[in-house]
Design a protein around this ligand. Structure first.
Ligand code: PMP
Length: 414
């Protein structure tokens, strides 16, 4: 890769693809077209090498040993915290809690931040388009406290009805929640505007950044939210890595959620005191090798450059949307004015799973199902959709191959 970020003019997708070993393979004898990036991204060689190098040369446990390898393991792990703090423009590395991913991050907020604040009659506000990781944790703690979870509505284009969300920000709301980008529709939500309204009312805002971090630069300070969750495996990094960013004031007030090694200052049967933030939330041995990979993933984005990534991805989205619109009987779910490269759709008379299975035989990997978004499926009145989700290493030729394969397999289902 270049040391300098690419510009949209110098972006060379073939060169980028050469960094991703899996993209050269075939599936059922056909070249792989990997359009399941919203599920998990593929990994560049630099990330794979960072994990490999960690185990070959440095492996030890973190924050415990005074020997050289222990120091190196700690440096790899803490280096990922620095990289992620930069990646999301956190004001301080101490505000970045390393987690296993967004699911752990939202549960940490639910049990450590929200539960102690909820009383009967309180509520949590989320939206109709959220992933279950931004619904179910709130329900679990609401049930324990006699609180409720309410959902702001969306329109037929798959856009949040912002005025309704704001109307629902009433005094009994103890936490407002919002996905930055929908994993099903690709819709980009107006986080800044919502954050401004939340601040006016003194309501903290949790943002699920799982689907935004792979596609756009994140600046938590500019967004103005209070909590931000990111998952590593969707942004080139290994599975089982992620972060929760929260304002320090909140992290200091929040009690630990997981107890065990590494999160304590002193343990006595008469009472235990805890490590400073963020370590008091990081009990036990973390995914150190995975976080070595996270640092390499952040470097990869830095070197590629967001302008180039965004220009290429938006061109792919436009191309794929235009071709899909020409397929007879095809309905696209999610036509928001601002979208990331995620397209959900159905074809009249064909089951989503049948289409996905037949597409696999053509080498095309897409996801079919409810995408962990039951309330959104209910809104559209469908049990499932097919979802093609693209990344910067995909090509226009792949978009064409995908739509050609789709047209071929739909004929088999008639
Ligand atoms: N939120 C959204 C919007 C997602 O797309 C996903 C992953 N499908 C999650 C949360 C859950 O993230 P994780 O895989 O880290 O549990």
């Amino acid at each position: 890769m270049n040391a300098q970020p690419n510009s949209p003019d110098t972006f060379d997708v073939e060169r980028v693809r050469a960094d991703f070993p899996v993209l050269t393979r075939t599936v059922h004898g056909k070249p792989l077209v990997y359009f399941d990036n919203a599920n998990t991204s593929q990994k560049p060689a630099s990330v794979i090498d960072a994990v490999d190098d960690y185990y070959r040369r440095h492996n030890a446990n973190v924050s415990r040993s005074v020997h050289q390898l222990g120091d190196e393991a700690t440096a790899a792990y803490e280096g990922a915290r620095d990289a992620l703090a930069r990646f999301i423009h956190a004001p301080s590395r101490d505000e970045v809690v390393l987690t296993t991913g967004t699911t752990q991050s939202s549960n940490l907020v639910a049990y450590s931040f929200l539960l102690p604040r909820l009383k009967p009659g309180d509520s949590v506000l989320t939206t109709q388009m959220e992933h279950h990781a931004n619904i179910v944790p709130w329900q679990l703690v609401a049930q324990r406290s006699g609180a409720t979870v309410k959902a702001a509505p969306i329109n037929e284009r798959g856009e949040l009805i912002v005025e309704k969300y704001i109307e629902l920000l009433t005094p009994e709301v103890k936490l407002a929640c919002l996905g930055h980008v929908s994993n099903v529709l690709g819709t980009v939500n107006p986080v800044r505007e919502i954050a401004r309204e939340c601040r006016k009312r003194g309501i903290p805002l949790f943002v699920d950044g799982s689907q935004s971090a792979p596609h756009r630069p994140i600046d938590v300070q500019a967004l103005g939210c209070d909590f931000y969750a990111v998952t590593g495996h969707k942004m080139l990094a290994p599975t089982g890595t992620g972060l929760l960013w929260a304002k320090k004031q909140y992290l200091e007030e929040m009690p630990p959620f997981f107890g065990g090694g590494d999160m304590i200052r002193e343990v006595r049967f008469s009472g235990t005191t805890f490590a400073d933030v963020p370590h008091k939330f990081e009990a036990g041995t973390p995914n150190i090798a995975g976080f070595a990979g996270v640092a390499a993933a952040v470097d990869y984005y830095d070197q590629l450059g967001w302008d180039a990534i965004r220009a290429h991805e938006q061109a792919l989205l436009e191309h794929a949307t235009a071709l899909l619109r020409e397929v007879p009987g095809l309905r696209i779910f999610g036509e928001a004015a601002e979208k990331e490269p995620v397209i959900s759709f159905l074809i009249d008379g064909a089951q989503a799973t049948d289409l996905a299975t037949l597409l696999d035989l053509e080498g095309v990997a897409v996801r079919s199902g409810h995408h962990c978004a039951h309330p959104l499926m209910h809104f559209f009145g469908v049990p499932a959709t097919l979802r093609a989700s693209l990344a910067f290493y995909n090509t226009h030729a792949e978009v064409e191959a995908f739509v050609a394969a789709l047209c071929k397999v739909r004929k088999l289902l008639r």
